[in-house]
Design a protein around this ligand. Structure first.
Ligand SMILES: Nc1ncnc2c1ncn2[C@@H]1O[C@H](COP(=O)(O)OP(=O)(O)OP(=O)(O)O)[C@@H](O)[C@H]1O
Ligand SMILES: CC(C)(CO)[C@@H](O)C(=O)[O-]
Ligand code: BAL
Length: 382
C-alpha cells in the first residue's frame, strides 16, 4: 500500500502566519487534527510509529523508560534487506521495543560517492517492517515489538547546518583514530567520521540500552565499539552475523547497482577470503601463508575474465585484502591464536564493457560498485 507521511499544519505551527493558522483552525476541529496527527505518524494498520522529529521521539522514549521498557536501536540507511531484518529480529528478542532508524547520512559519503543515487525504497521498507512485526508476533511476541521508525530530515540531524563532506571540512565531528583511518578509512577518508558522528547523534537521541550492527561492515563495528568505550556511552553494541545470498555474496543495499553480468561474478571477494580462511582452519598462521593463496586466486579470477569477450567479461580491481587485529584493525604478520584476526577485503566492480541492447546494467546505469566482505578468524581455545 502506498504510504506518504504528510505533515499536519499543527506540527508546522511556528512556520505558519497567524491568518493561515486561523483558516486551518476553522477547517479542522481539534479532535480531527489530533486524530490525523496520530494517523499520519503511524505506519497504516500497524502500531509502528514514524518519528521525523527529535522532540516527539524523546517524549516517546521517556515513556518507555518510565514503563521500564528497554529499547534496542537498529541504525540503517534504508533499502532494507534480510541483513537488516536479521538485526531487527535479534533486537526484538533482547528488548521490549525496537527502534529502526532510516537515514541516508550525507556526511559519511565522500564528495564523489553515490549520495544522490543511493537506493531509497521507503514504501518497500515500510512493508517489510510491517511484515516482520507480524512475523515477530506470530513467533510468540506481541504486535508492535517494532515500536518506531526514526526517519529524520537532515535539518533535524544537523541543526547547525550540514557540515561539508570535504576531508578538511569544518563541523562538529566525532573521529575515532587510528582505527578509522585504515582499510575502509583509507579508501573513504571521511567515512568513519560521518558514521561515528551520526551514530553518536542517534545514540543521544534514542538512548538505547542496546544497538545492533552487522558484521558485514566489520570495521564499522570496531569503530562504534571504540566510540562507546572511549566516550563512556551507556549502551551495549551487539553484532549480528553477515547474511548472504545462496552463492555466498553478502547482502548489501548497493548490490542493486550491479546488474546481471556483474552480479554473476560478484562472489570473487567471498571466494578470495574463504581461501585464506581455509588456510587458517588448516593451521596456517603467517600472513604470507594465509594471504598468498588468496591473492593468487584473485589474480586467476581476473585473468579468467580477461579471456572472455568484452561483451561478456567483467573487470574488477581488488582494493585490499587484509589480515588485521580484531580490536585495532592494524595489519598483522602472524595471527595471535589468543586474539584471532579479521580477514577483510574490498573490490571495485567496474562498469561493464560493451553493454548489450536491453542488458540489465543495474540501478543508475551500473556505476562502479565497491563491495566489502570479511571473515572472523576465531581465537583458538586450548
Ligand atoms: N548482509 C548483511 N548481514 C548483516 N547485517 C548487514 C548486512 N548488510 C548490512 N548489514 C547491516 O545493516 C546495518 C545498516 O546497513 P546499511 O543500511 O548501510 O546497509 P548495507 O547493505 O550495508 O548498505 P551498503 O550497500 O550501503 O553497504 C549495518 O549495521 C550493516 O552492517
Ligand atoms: C550505521 C549507519 C546507519 C550510519 O549511517 C550506516 O553506516 C550503515 O547503514 O551501516
Ligand atoms: N553500510 C555502510 C554504509 C556505507 O557504505 O555508506
Amino acid at each position: 500500500m502506498a504510504f506518504k507521511i504528510t505533515k499536519m499544519p499543527l506540527i508546522q505551527g511556528p512556520k505558519l502566519s497567524s491568518s493561515k493558522l486561523f483558516s486551518y483552525a476553522r477547517s479542522f476541529s481539534t479532535s480531527e487534527i489530533l486524530r490525523a496527527r496520530i494517523r499520519d505518524t503511524m505506519i497504516p494498520n500497524t502500531s509502528i510509529r514514524v518519528f521525523r522529529e527529535i522532540p516527539a521521539l524523546r517524549q516517546w522514549r521517556r515513556k518507555q523508560l518510565l514503563d521500564y521498557r528497554s529499547v534496542g536501536l537498529v541504525p540503517t540507511m534504508g533499502a532494507l534487506h534480510e541483513g537488516h531484518l536479521s538485526l531487527i529480529r535479534i533486537a526484538a528478542k533482547e528488548n521490549s521495543s525496537v527502534v529502526v532508524s532510516i537515514y541516508v547520512n550525507p556526511t559519511q559519503f565522500g564528495v564523489h560517492e553515490d549520495l544522490d543515487s543511493y537506493p531509497k525504497t521507503w514504501e518497500k521498507d515500510v512493508e517489510m517492517l510491517k511484515d516482520l512485526d507480524r512475523e515477530l508476533a506470530a513467533d510468540g511476541g506481541n504486535l508492535g515489538k517494532i515500536a518506531a521508525v526514526f526517519a529524520p530530515t537532515t535539518n533535524e540531524m544537523y541543526p547547525s547546518g550540514r557540515p561539508s563532506q570535504e576531508i578538511d571540512g569544518k563541523g562538529s565531528f566525532i573521529t575515532i583514530t587510528p582505527v578509522g583511518e585504515v582499510l575502509e578509512g583509507a579508501s573513504r577518508p571521511t567515512f568513519f567520521r560521518g558514521v561515528a558522528t551520526v551514530c553518536m547523534k542517534l545514540f543521544n537521541i534514542v538512548t538505547p540500552e542496546k544497538v545492533y550492527f552487522g558484521q558485514k561492515d566489520v570495521q564499522q563495528t570496531v569503530v562504534i565499539k571504540k566510540m562507546v568505550k572511549d566516550f563512556c556511552l551507556d549502551t551495549q553494541v551487539v553484532v549480528g552475523n553477515t547474511k548472504r545470498e545462496p552463492d555466498g555474496l553478502a547482502l548489501s543495499s548497493r548490490n542493486v547497482y550491479l546488474g546481471a553480468r556483474r552480479r554473476n561474478v560478484a562472489t570473487i571477494l567471498s571466494k578470495v577470503l574463504r581461501t585464506a580462511q581455509t588456510g587458517y582452519l588448516r593451521g596456517k598462521r603467517s600472513r604470507e601463508e594465509l594471504l598468498g593463496p588468496a591473492n593468487e586466486l584473485a589474480k586467476l579470477l581476473l585473468k579468467e575474465q580477461f579471456q572472455l569477450k568484452p561483451e561478456e567479461r567483467v573487470q574488477f580491481e581488488m582494493d585490499y585484502v587484509s589480515l588485521a587485529d580484531p580490536e585495532t584493525m592494524q595489519e598483522v604478520d602472524e595471527v595471535d591464536e589468543a586474539r584471532g584476526a579479521i580477514l577483510s577485503g574490498a573490490v571495485k566492480m567496474l562498469p561493464v564493457e560493451s553493454p548489450q541492447p536491453g542488458e540489465d546494467l543495474g540501478l543508475a546505469g551500473g556505476p562502479p560498485v565497491r563491495l566489502i566482505d570479511n571473515i572472523i578468524l576465531k581465537p583458538v581455545t586450548k
